[in-house]
Design a protein around this ligand. Sequence first.
Ligand SMILES: [Zn+2]
Length: 113
Amino acid sequence: MAIRRAADHWVWSGGPVPPGSDGITLGSLVIVKTDHTRRLLRHERVHVEQWRRLGVSLFLWRYVTSYLRWRWRGYPHKGAYRRIPLEVEAYWRERVDHDPDPDNLAAFVTGIE
Ligand SMILES: [Zn+2]
């Protein structure tokens, strides 16, 4: 377990993450499993930016209400989670920052389960 300072946030490797999850971001603190990937860190860093951009209340409101809306429409947990716009942005940017190919957008969007 180690906490280190990244560019503009903290990364806690080996800290507590939700069951079935590889990481979570709470404001400026990114918590990941010890065997995390660089791609996951790119994903979580997008969430750091989102927390800053929206603030705590709006981030949580948008995240939770979007998830519940998709669940209400009948999607299972993972399907609802992957459709949350804040997650779509994070999953898209973790890819684009690594492999910027605009043609991937169609495959990315249609590939959501
Ligand atoms: Zn995420």
